[in-house]
Design a protein around this ligand. Structure first.
Ligand code: XMP
Length: 510
């Protein structure tokens, strides 16, 4: 790759991935690496700048993560944030001590003029979270900001291009935090802003062409964003040497399977094989109502179906995985490939005869994957698709799955999606879908008594699906959804709204 790189050394803070995303958003590539990198490894990485993250430790405590002091003599600009700023002061001869009053939350900060604080007003709000702070600066450093409780909220040595910031510029609560990071990257490190998704696409296509040549690649398409974008990139690079297999397990949402075919086979002319396995999956699921059993059956059947298809194709050189950067970071090993654990890819390497795994998106955050998708001309419905569980609609039907319930679920879910889009809420809500509860209630339609399914609406806001809150959808939108479902969908006569957060509930019902 030809782009410049910033190295973010991870000291264990909670906002570290966010720092990396903020740097990328400024058009500068960066990697988040463990702080135990050696000086030699840092040199070999060849960064244009280094950022030390925050972390829970105290620089004086035994066993706290440190760094080779030589890092300050490489001639590479350094920005220490929170713990990273205390570490910088500590290693260069300043004093760090316990603060009598811990500072948490929004605090007013007063800035002084410097390359780091360019275009930031004298007074602004920042986000503090610390109990230690810098009491005396190392030689050569000057104060660049202070708060009521923190005399050195920011400091720097302009000649050596070493800076420390006690607060968190990466969080939204810090006004001008993005500007501060921008200043470090562009005013201090001299960044060129060469990390753009159009550059990524061009470079990646070139690199994939060179790597793959005229060898054969196999990709399992799920309809999800990652596999769709990965396949499209590879297709642009090697055309028909890529074969995609799309197992339609009959548990996708309304029109989704058709859309995959129309976008990728008819539109992009991909060599895409669709396996219609809905009937087999339904047969295997018949009468099974235990959630874990349902998941296992689907996972197993998926692998079996794929294996059968892979056998027909024979040996391939590469198997595509839609691994993205958070998977790489979270695995704790940034060197080796991670096999995603969910069923659509988890078991595949064991049933495909291949030489090597290829992961074209392993450097990208999710928002970057979506940008690449748009760059490649994929439609919004594919690029902005909500997260969707591998076992599909089967885990949104409580109890046993039947064709009739699938139809009711698909139709009600489709109406929900239409109304959410009409209300302009589709990009604010993380996931929204309907669920068929395992209960029926009495209703009245026309002059007739009905006894039909209770449909639940599940809609949540979230940043990463680890925690979630129920979405506050306006009453008028809920009313429209409810009216339309009970009037237009067969076998549904009552709508309820799930108002539970995660935890204690999960996003999916099973
Ligand atoms: P829960 O229900 O655990 O879901 O709060 C968290 C996120 O994961 C999705 N999910 C899955 N994704 N395979 C997947 O690929 C699965 O088996 C699976 N189960 C849950 C869920 O939709 C939510 O985004």
């Amino acid at each position: 790759m030809t782009h410049q790189k910033v190295l973010i050394l991870d000291f264990g803070g909670q906002y570290n991935q966010l720092i990396a995303r903020r740097v990328r958003e400024q058009g500068v590539f960066c990697d988040l690496k463990s702080s135990d990198m050696t000086l030699e490894e840092i040199k070999a990485y060849n960064p244009i700048g280094i950022i030390f993250t925050g972390g829970p430790s105290s620089v004086y405590a035994e066993g706290s993560p440190l760094i080779d002091k030589g890092v300050f003599s490489l001639g590479v600009p350094v920005l220490g944030l929170c713990y990273g700023c205390q570490l910088t002061a500590h290693l260069l001869g300043g004093t760090v001590g316990h603060t009598d009053t811990s500072e948490y939350g929004k605090t007013e900060v007063v800035y002084e003029k410097s390359p780091l604080t360019k275009d930031i007003p004298e007074k602004a709000v920042c986000w503090m979270s610390h109990t230690d702070s810098v009491k005396a600066l190392p030689a050569g450093f000057k104060k660049l900001a202070h708060t009521d409780n923190c005399p050195y909220a920011a400091f720097g040595d302009e000649a050596r291009k070493i800076y420390g910031v006690q607060f968190h510029p990466e969080v939204n609560h810090t006004q001008y935090g993005t500007q501060l990071l921008h200043n470090f990257l562009y005013e201090v490190c001299g960044a060129a802003g060469d990390w753009t998704m159009s550059n990524f696409v061009a470079n990646q296509i070139k690199a994939l062409k060179e790597k793959i040549g005229d060898r054969k690649v196999l990709c399992a398409m799920s309809g999800g964003v990652d596999s769709a974008v990965a396949a499209t990139l590879i297709h642009k690079a090697v055309g028909d040497n890529l074969t995609c297999v799309f197992v339609d397990h009959g548990l996708l949402r309304k029109y989704e399977a058709d859309e995959v075919m129309s976008v990728f086979k008819d539109g992009l002319k991909m060599n895409l094989i669709k396996v219609d396995a809905g009937a087999v999956f339904l047969k295997k699921l018949k009468g099974k109502s235990d959630p874990e059993k349902k998941r296992k059956i689907i996972g197993k059947q998926f692998i079996r179906t794929f294996e059968k298809e892979a056998k027909k194709i024979g040996k391939v050189d590469f198997l595509v995985q839609g691994t993205i950067y958070p998977d790489v970071i979270e695995s704790g090993k940034d060197k080796s490939a991670v096999i995603k654990s969910h069923h659509n890819v988890g078991g595949l390497p064991s049933v495909v005869n291949f030489e090597e795994i290829i992961e074209p998106l392993r450097d990208l955050f999710k928002d970057e994957v979506r940008k690449v998708g748009f760059e490649l001309g994929l439609p919004k419905s594919v690029v902005m698709r909500q997260p969707f569980p591998g076992p599909g609609l089967a885990i949104r039907i409580m109890g046993a799955v039947t064709e009739e319930k699938l139809e009711t679920l698909r139709d009600s879910d489709y109406i929900l999606r239409e109304e959410i889009a009409k209300a302009g809420l589709d990009e604010q809500i993380w996931q929204y879908f309907t669920v068929i509860t395992n209960s029926k209630t009495v209703g009245v339609q026309g002059d007739f008594r009905t006894y039909e399914n209770v449909i639940a609406i599940r809609a949540v806001t979230s940043l990463d699906a680890m925690t979630a809150d129920w979405a506050r959808i306006p009453d008028s939108v809920l009313e429209a959804i409810s009216n339309r479902i009970v009037n237009e969908v067969k076998h549904a006569n009552r709508i309820v709204y799930d108002i539970t957060s995660k935890p204690p509930a999960t996003i999916e019902w099973e």
